[in-house]
Design a protein around this ligand. Structure first.
Ligand code: FEO
Length: 403
């Protein structure tokens, strides 16, 4: 039995949810699950916008069948060729062999790389700004290269001003019956997941997101339908667009500090706890602290996107940077995080490498300002070195106040 919902006149959500998957892309924990959104337009012609992941094929195919209510499927729009949305392309084409498959040149290149079905008779290649009339509804296609794959398109439904935005404006989040952001009260939890999704999945491509935001300026948008998570209606669109603008410009959402440490026996952790205590006494609020061996990097990265200041602390391990910290900082670097104030603390017992390696990774990132003199502890923080930690606390507090 199908589970579908009309989101606008004759436009239906026909996606589904997965709460069983442990890690999205086999990498990111999703304790709140994930939705794969797909949309069906019923008009003189019928059109399906994207498909879903293989984990929910059964319900999805049922949804499409019931949504069509005996009609044929005329168009299949492929906004994004990543397998979490394309796993059912062949199933749809086999069920509706007359369907016209809409994509761009890159879409069809990727289709051939992933699948073996011959769609030469089905494919319709579209270009930037091209329109497709379904009757009352008209679809216009905008390319959105590298948000976050090269073939990505966004489809704009002209008569109602609905943007089918591909992965942009999406979130880790399984839907609980309510499809719209304005239907939930737990917005803060959702936004944490929206930011974590953005930073980790799209974060590297801020420039390309900016280009798309510019391209869409002036377009009347009454609804944004992403491929994951909740749908945005008109009154909330300025809110999420502003967040996207900040995130894609690598501008912190708020003044504050995220502290993250690696610690084998608690000594490096103790230094960071001590620093946080000193910061609290200096009036710093809303600090977040993470043990990088315990917390998945995607959460730390999400907070690094949110806050203006970071503190990283790590011991030396095998004459190198402790691996979890090394991995986290390199991930931040690959994602292109920039414009942050960073304080660094190393720890070593007989030979120092961690601090030097952290300085090197941070030094290669853009516009990362070191706040305070980096502290290299020997095994434990001794009282005679507390003044150095005080100086870092002073520098961070002063930097936060001056912004
Ligand atoms: Fe949700 Fe880029 O796939």
């Amino acid at each position: 039995m199908s589970i579908i919902q009309e989101i606008s006149q004759q436009i239906f959500w026909v996606g589904g949810n997965d709460r069983r998957l442990e890690r999205f892309e086999n990498m990111f924990p999703i304790p709140n699950g994930v939705s794969y959104n797909s949309y069906l337009i019923i008009d003189e012609k019928t059109a399906l916008i994207d498909t879903v992941d293989s984990s929910i094929s059964e319900i999805f195919l049922e949804n499409v069948k019931d949504g069509l209510a005996g009609r044929n499927l005329d168009y299949l729009i492929i906004n994004h060729m990543e397998p979490d949305h394309c796993a059912n392309l062949e199933a749809i084409i086999h069920r509706y062999p007359e369907v016209k498959v809409i994509g761009n040149a890159k879409t069809f290149q990727f289709f051939e790389q992933y699948y073996s079905t011959d769609i030469s008779a089905n494919r319709v290649e579209v270009k930037e700004g091209q329109e497709l009339s379904l009757g009352k509804h008209t679809l216009r296609f905008y390319t959105a290269p590298m948000v976050h794959w090269p073939e990505v398109m966004m489809t704009y439904e002209v008569s109602e001003g609905i943007l089918f935005a591909s992965d942009a404006f999406g979130s880790f989040w399984a839907l609980s019956g309510n499809l719209f952001f304005d239907e939930i009260d737990h917005k803060e939890i959702f936004m944490e997941e929206a930011r974590r999704y953005y930073a980790n999945i799209v974060g590297r491509y801020g420039m390309q997101v900016q280009a798309v935001l510019k391209k869409l300026t002036g377009l009347e948008i009454n609804m944004i339908c992403a491929l994951h998570g909740l749908i945005w209606r008109k009154e909330d669109i300025p809110y999420i667009v502003e967040k996207y603008d900040l995130w894609s410009k690598y501008t912190p959402e708020k003044k504050g500090v995220v502290l993250f440490y690696a610690s084998m026996y608690g000594n490096t952790e103790h230094v960071v706890q001590n620093l946080a205590n000193k910061l609290a006494k200096r009036g710093v609020r809303d600090m977040r602290m993470y043990d990088v061996s315990k917390t998945h990097p995607s959460y730390v990265i999400s907070d690094a996107w949110k806050y203006s200041h970071m503190v990283a602390a790590s011991p030396t391990y095998n004459m190198s940077l402790y691996f979890m910290m090394d991995s986290l900082l390199k991930e931040m670097s690959v994602l292109g995080l920039k414009n942050r104030k960073v304080s660094l603390i190393g720890n070593h017992t007989w030979a120092s490498a961690a601090l030097k390696e952290m300085q090197q990774i941070i030094g290669e990132m853009k516009n990362m300002e070191i706040i305070g003199t980096p502290l290299d502890v020997r095994s434990t923080l001794k009282p005679e070195r507390e003044a150095e930690l005080d100086a870092i606390a002073d520098a961070i507090a002063a930097s936060l106040l001056e912004q």
